[in-house]
Write a protein that binds this ligand. Structure first.
Ligand SMILES: Nc1ncnc2c1ncn2[C@@H]1O[C@H](COP(=O)(O)OP(=O)(O)OP(=O)(O)O)[C@@H](O)[C@H]1O
Ligand SMILES: [Mg+2]
Length: 243
C-alpha cells in the first residue's frame, strides 16, 4: 500500500526539519525535496533587481514529477536505489504484517506544492506550515544558504511571493491541514506522526474490509459453479455403503 504526504508551507516554517524526523520514524519512507529541483543559477529570471527563486518557473517541475512517478511506479526499487532503510514501526507493522501487506510512504516537501495542479492531485494528505512574518524573517536571516540572500530579498521577493502563492492555494480550495510552525519541533512531529499513523490504519482497515468482501463474494460464486456442475440429487445419502 502506498501513501503520499505533502509538507508544504512558508520558507523556514520547518518543513525539512519535520520531514527528517518523520522519515526516521516511519517505515519504508522515501522523501522528495523540492529544493533539489532548482534550475541552475544562470537560468533563473531576474525581475525588480532580484533573481526570481520563489516562483514555479525557477524549478524543474518535470524532473520533480518524474522522480515522484518513479516512486509511484515501483516504491521498492526507489527505496533500494535511494538507500532507504526499513525503519520498523511497531504499531503500523502490527496492522500490515498480519495481512502480509507492506506500506510505502513518500513525503514530498517544499515551498510550492499546492499551486502546481499536477502535484496537488497526487497527495493522500497535505500539510501546510505557517509562521508569522517577523519569525520568518528572523529565521531566514540566521540561515546560510548556498546562494546567500542579497539585501532586501526577503521583503522584495520572498515574502510577497509566499503571500501570493498562499492566496492561489486558497483560491484553488486545496484541502490542507494547517500546522502552526511556532510550535516546538517535537510537538509538530508528534501531531503529524499520529495523524499519518491514523491515516494508514484507516486505509489498512478499509483494504481488509474490501479483501474480506471480495473473498466472500468469490466463495459464493465458486459454490454456485460447483452446484451447477455436480448437481448432486438431494435424496442421495451422504455416506456410501460397501456391499
Ligand atoms: N518548530 C520549530 N521551532 C523553532 N525553530 C524551528 C522549528 N522548526 C525548524 N526550526 C528552525 O528554523 C530553521 C528552518 O528550518 P527548516 O530548514 O526545517 O525550514 P524549511 O521550511 O525547510 O526552510 P527552507 O525554506 O529553507 O526550505 C532552522 O534553523 C530550524 O532549526
Ligand atoms: Mg527546507
Amino acid at each position: 500500500m502506498s501513501i503520499i504526504v505533502g509538507i508544504g508551507g512558508v520558507t523556514n516554517g520547518g518543513k525539512t526539519t519535520l520531514t527528517h524526523k518523520l522519515m526516521q520514524a516511519l517505515p519504508n519512507c522515501s522523501v522528495v525535496h523540492q529544493d533539489d529541483f532548482f534550475k541552475p543559477q544562470d537560468d533563473i529570471e531576474v525581475e525588480d533587481g532580484f533573481k526570481q527563486y520563489d516562483v514555479i518557473s525557477a524549478l524543474d517541475m518535470e524532473a520533480m514529477m518524474s522522480t515522484i512517478n518513479a516512486w509511484m511506479k515501483n516504491p521498492i526499487k526507489f527505496e533500494r536505489s535511494h538507500g532507504i532503510n526499513n525503519t520498523l514501526d511497531a504499531k503500523i507493522l502490527q496492522y500490515s504484517g498480519e495481512r502480509d501487506e507492506t506500506i510505502h510512504i513518500l513525503i514530498v516537501e517544499g515551498f510550492l506544492l499546492y499551486t502546481y495542479r499536477p502535484l496537488i492531485e497526487i497527495f493522500n494528505h497535505r500539510y501546510f506550515l505557517s509562521i508569522p512574518y517577523e519569525e520568518c524573517k528572523k529565521r531566514r536571516s540566521s540561515r546560510n544558504y548556498t546562494v546567500p540572500d542579497p539585501p532586501g530579498l526577503f521583503d522584495g521577493h520572498v515574502w510577497p511571493m509566499y503571500v501570493k502563492h498562499k492566496k492561489i492555494m486558497e483560491d484553488f480550495e486545496v484541502d490542507v491541514v494547517q500546522l502552526d510552525g511556532t510550535k516546538s519541533k517535537e510537538e509538530l512531529f508528534n501531531e503529524v506522526y499520529e495523524q499519518i499513523q491514523n491515516k494508514i490504519e484507516k486505509l489498512l482497515l478499509m483494504q481488509a474490509c474490501f479483501s474480506y468482501l471480495a473473498d466472500y463474494y468469490y466463495s459464493i460464486v465458486c459454490c454456485e459453479q460447483v452446484e451447477e456442475k455436480v448437481s448432486i440429487p438431494c435424496s442421495l445419502p451422504l455416506t456410501s455403503s460397501i456391499s
